[in-house]
Every structure is written in structure tokens, then in C-alpha cells.
Design a protein around this ligand. Structure first.
Ligand code: G4P
Length: 531
């Protein structure tokens, strides 16, 4: 197929990625340093301040102001080395939610940050599993080498065994904590010397060529002897970097550094530009879509309740999958088959929202949404392209929704249905009771929903603990077996979700296992695709 040069060039220079990490590993610090490289921000502390809420502007949701954290993720676009980089924030901490997972369906690669003193932590595992669903390539940054850390070799072992991904160390640390001297670049045979307190992006670290460089051995006799031994060991025991294996999500290049000292950050940014993929083909049900195609297409992966609750004003985050988006163009909203003229579009340039004039595959645009867009909705210039791979995730937290004023039951139902469609929370109706069960992957989602029910629907709801441990969507090829299952005692634990899918609400992990063993033909799914 012939593609226009303009689109081919723009697609090739795009990189869209998210950072996956456990809280406190250094995601915010690293984000800030990455933005500093691009000149998008000049001052260290800018992103940090937003995290702590000091810069909360009037248009953030009330709950966000109260807690000083970002309820929903945002997008930061910056330019570096003639590339356009879209960094999608994956909210962590208490604001961990389904958005965190879904953001990863809109990226082309991920940067995994590991705290060198802690190693692989719970949230990292969860997020990596989501990346694995699409074989997303992952670059690993082992952070905080300026502190006392665990043995680097042991960390690599843990990454490989817990995350089941091959590690290819690209840089190797020389010492740690007070004796951290820098890193050795295994591919370039260069040593990058560490200097603490580097708060500016343009400050270069000293680079010395060659592991056998006599000058280095004079400077650090003990460390260099140790390094030589370790490097031999690492080269013997681990994998050399292999671009194909990285792109297939089978291998991760590993870098060591210290985000707070800006050390090792340039190396990962370069790896991202040089090795990580640009926008790739995406499955759109009827065919796959090449990002370089002339015609625009994209899908909504997140809806953020926005700024003015009185108007139920929301922004739908759309990932462009092909073509060129231009402000004012008409695009077709596939699910409701309606053309919409989008003139009021926003993107997130590091910290401020700006009007988008044009966007290409890999970019994220924010469409104003007055309540008719849902997670997973596809848009195109007319062709019926329904993008796949935007899943709902089995919740880990459950509550029963009740209202103080029974007269408001209709509003509660309506509110929950809309918030469910938007992806703010999942709603299950048990088959044998009139309860409304809410499911979330992060506990803060309930607070957000309670606050929005109050502000947007005038419903004062209370959420009580539910004796449910986990949910699994159930399917079965054999209709008779499914009916038997529904009529069995396990059938009492079934519920219908917002998209009319059947789900099994297990009271405990043991309960789930026993039911699975008793009903081997029934498939219990941890995710479901957007309907
Ligand atoms: P997060 O977004 O992943 O939650 O992590 P964040 O960047 O907020 O970092 C968590 C803590 O780790 C912060 O300290 C931060 O300064 C520190 N940190 C990040 N990178 C490094 C590093 O390379 N070396 C060292 N020694 N520390 C690092 P804090 O005390 O929680 O916050 P603050 O008082 O520094 O603001």
C-alpha cells in the first residue's frame, strides 16, 4: 500500500509508553527527569508538587483536592531527539484503579521501575501481567543505586523467576550506596561516572572508555577489580540484548541508576527511542489497521470525570491508531453510528492542556464527552473498525451499594449504570437478590463513585462490605452444562454485569478453586473484552 510521506514520518517518530512500578519505586521522580530532558519543565519538583496536591488547580475533582492525589491518569507529551514521546501516567498508590490497567492497552512499550533495595513488588507483578496480555516490550530501570541495595545479581534472578521475563543487563552498577561509582555500559564498553545531586538535565556525566582503562583502575582500584569479576559473571550467566526478543516481550533490557540524581535516565530515554517500537498494527475485528494508513481511526481507553461536576463534563481519552487527526474533522462513533465534528479537542502537553491541531498514531487526544462515550468505543472516518484488546479486569474489592433515602433508588441505579459504562466501577446484579454489588481493582474507586453519585446524581449512597473475595466471568461452549451450572448450588453465586455477562462471585479463593474443580468445562475468566 502507498502511504503518505507525511504520515509515515510522523508515525516513525512517535513513542508511546507508560511507567509500571510499585508505589515509592520512583515513578514520579523519573517522570520529572524525563520531562526535564525534553525541556518541557525546567524545575525539579514540578511533577512532585502535582503529586502532593500543592498545585491542585480549581478544576480538579473535589476528591482529588481533598486527598492531594490524581484520581485519573494523565498524558504528557514531549519532544526529544526529533521524536514525539507520549508518556501515559499509570496511577498507583490508593488511586490504583482499572484506569491503571487500561492505560497499558494504549501504550506501545513500558518502562518498569524497580526499587533496588526492594526488588519485585506486588503492583509491579500485576501491571506486568497486563503488559504480557499484548506482549508489550518492557525496558527495566533499577532505581536508587545511591542507597544500600540488594545484590544486583540477586535482583536479576528475582526479575527472571518472579516476572518470568528474560533479563539482558545493558548497564551494570559499580558499587552501591555511599560507594556507588557509576555504571558500566556492557554494549558500548563505557563507564559512566556517578555524581550526586544532578538536578539539571543538561549536565553531562563523565564517560570513560573501556573496562581496562588504566586511569579508571588508578581511580577505583578495588571497585574496578570487582567490576571485572562481576561483568564476566554477568556475561556468562545472563542473556545478551536481543532486539527481536525485546520487541516480542520476551526479554527486557536492564539499566541501573538513580532517578533522583538524574543518573542513568538519559540511557533509558535513548533506549526508548532507539529500541522501543513506534505505533504498531492493531486488530480492529474486521481487519488489522496499519498506523500509516491515510484515514483516521482510534479507540477510547479511559474516561475522566472532569472538571465541572454540574455539567457532567467528561473527557474521553482516545488513542489514535491510524491516519491524521485534524481539529474540526468529522469522525464516526461506531457503536452509535453517529458522526461527530470534533473541534474542541485537548491534549496534555506536560502540565497544561492545549488545543490539538493535529495528531497521529500513538498520540492521545481528549474528546469532550457528554455522556455517550464508553471505554472501548472506536472512532474512524467511516469504516466499521472495532478495536479489540481493551479489557475489563476482574475486581479485587467488593461493596454492596445501599442508599439512605429509598426514594432515590432509580437515581442510584441510573448513576451506577452510567458510572459502570464509563469504567469508573463495575456493577454486578446477583441473580438471586436485589443487591447491587460494586467491584473495583483499587479501593479508592469506591470513594470516587460515592462522591460522584452525590455530586452528579444527588444520591447519598453507603457502601457496605460484601463477603466476596473475587469475581470471574464464566462461559461454556456447552449450553446444557452451563444451564446445569446455573441451576446448581454454585449458581446462587452468579451475577450479571453491566454488559449482561455472567460472573461468578466467589466467597474465597478456596471457594473459587473448589467450584472450578467441580465444573471443569466452565471457563472462569479474569478479564473480559469490551462488549
Ligand atoms: P513513586 O512515584 O513511584 O511513588 O515514587 P517517587 O518518585 O515519589 O519516589 C519515592 C521516594 O523515593 C521519594 O522520597 C523520592 O525522593 C525517592 N527516590 C526516587 N528516586 C530515588 C533515587 O534514585 N535515590 C534515592 N535515594 N531516593 C529516590 P520521599 O522521601 O518519599 O519523598 P521526598 O521527601 O524526596 O519528596
Amino acid at each position: 500500500m502507498n502511504y503518505s510521506n507525511d504520515i509515515v514520518r510522523e508515525v516513525a517518530r512517535r513513542r508511546t509508553f507508560g511507567i509500571i512500578s510499585h508505589p515509592d519505586a520512583g515513578k514520579t521522580t523519573l517522570t520529572e527527569k524525563l520531562l526535564m530532558f525534553s525541556g518541557a519543565i525546567q524545575l525539579a519538583g514540578t511533577v512532585k508538587a502535582r503529586k502532593s496536591g500543592r498545585h491542585a488547580t480549581s478544576d480538579w475533582m473535589e476528591i482529588e483536592k481533598q486527598r492531594g492525589i490524581s484520581v485519573a491518569s494523565s498524558v504528557m507529551q514531549f519532544e526529544y531527539r526529533d521524536h514525539v514521546v507520549n508518556l501515559l501516567d499509570t496511577p498507583g498508590h490508593q488511586d490504583f484503579s482499572e484506569d491503571t490497567y487500561r492505560v497499558l492497552t494504549a501504550v506501545d512499550s513500558a518502562l518498569m521501575v524497580i526499587d533496588a533495595a526492594k526488588g519485585v513488588e506486588e503492583q509491579t507483578i500485576k501491571l506486568l501481567n497486563v503488559c504480557r496480555m499484548r506482549n508489550t516490550p518492557i525496558i527495566t530501570f533499577v532505581n536508587k543505586m545511591d542507597r544500600e541495595t540488594r545484590d544486583p545479581m540477586e535482583l536479576l534472578d528475582e526479575l527472571e523467576s518472579v516476572l518470568k521475563i528474560e533479563c539482558a543487563p545493558v548497564t551494570w552498577p559499580i558499587g552501591m550506596g555511599k560507594n556507588f561509582r557509576g555504571v558500566y555500559h556492557l554494549i558500548n564498553d563505557e563507564i559512566l561516572l556517578f555524581a550526586a545531586g544532578n538536578d539539571r538535565a543538561d549536565q553531562e556525566f563523565q564517560v570513560m572508555k573501556g573496562i581496562d582503562n588504566p586511569e579508571l583502575h588508578k581511580m577505583f582500584p578495588d571497585e574496578m577489580a570487582q567490576l571485572k569479576m562481576e561483568v564476566e559473571l554477568v556475561q556468562g550467566a545472563s542473556h545478551p540484548f536481543d532486539l527481536e526478543r525485546f520487541l516480542g516481550g520476551l526479554q527486557t533490557p536492564v539499566f541501573f541508576g538513580s532517578a533522583i540524581n538524574n543518573f542513568g535516565v538519559r540511557e533509558i530515554l535513548n533506549a526508548l527511542l532507539d529500541w522501543a517500537p513506534g505505533p504498531r498494527e492493531r486488530d480492529a475485528t474486521v481487519r488489522s489497521v496499519d498506523p500509516r494508513e491515510e484515514k483516521f481511526s482510534g479507540f477510547v481507553f479511559k474516561i475522566q470525570a472532569n472538571m465541572d461536576p454540574a455539567h457532567r463534563d467528561r473527557i474521553a481519552f482516545l488513542r489514535v491508531c491510524s491516519g491524521k487527526f485534524e481539529r474540526g474533522m468529522k469522525i464516526n462513533h461506531l457503536r452509535i453510528n453517529r458522526d461527530v465534528k470534533v473541534s474542541n479537542v485537548v491534549t496534555f502537553m506536560a502540565s497544561s492542556r492545549e488545543q490539538v491541531e493535529e495528531a497521529y498514531a500513538g498520540d492521545i487526544i481528549g474528546l469532550p464527552n457528554h455522556g455517550n462515550m464508553q471505554i472501548g468505543d472506536s472512532f474512524s472516518e467511516g469504516e466499521a473498525l472495532q478495536f479489540t484488546g481493551i479489557p475489563y479486569f476482574a475486581p479485587d474489592f467488593f461493596r454492596v451499594a445501599r442508599i439512605r433515602n429509598p426514594m432515590k433508588i432509580k437515581q442510584l441505579q441510573k448513576g451506577l449504570q452510567q458510572l459502570g459504562e464509563e469504567g469508573a466501577v463495575q456493577v454486578f446484579k446477583p441473580v438471586n437478590s436485589s443487591d447491587l454489588i460494586l467491584g473495583a481493582v483499587g479501593a479508592l474507586q469506591f470513594e470516587v463513585v460515592a462522591s460522584r453519585l452525590m455530586n452528579e446524581y444527588g444520591v447519598d449512597a453507603v457502601f457496605e462490605t460484601a463477603s466476596i473475595n473475587c469475581a470471574r466471568w464464566v462461559t461454556c461452549d456447552d449450553k446444557k452444562i452451563m444451564t446445569d451450572f446455573q441451576n446448581s448450588s454454585a449458581g446462587h453465586q452468579l451475577a450479571i454485569d453491566a454488559a449482561e455477562n455472567l460472573a461468578y462471585l466467589a466467597t474465597s479463593a478456596v471457594n473459587l478453586r473448589v467450584t472450578q474443580e467441580r465444573w471443569p468445562q466452565i471457563v472462569f475468566h479474569e478479564t473480559r473484552e469490551h462488549a
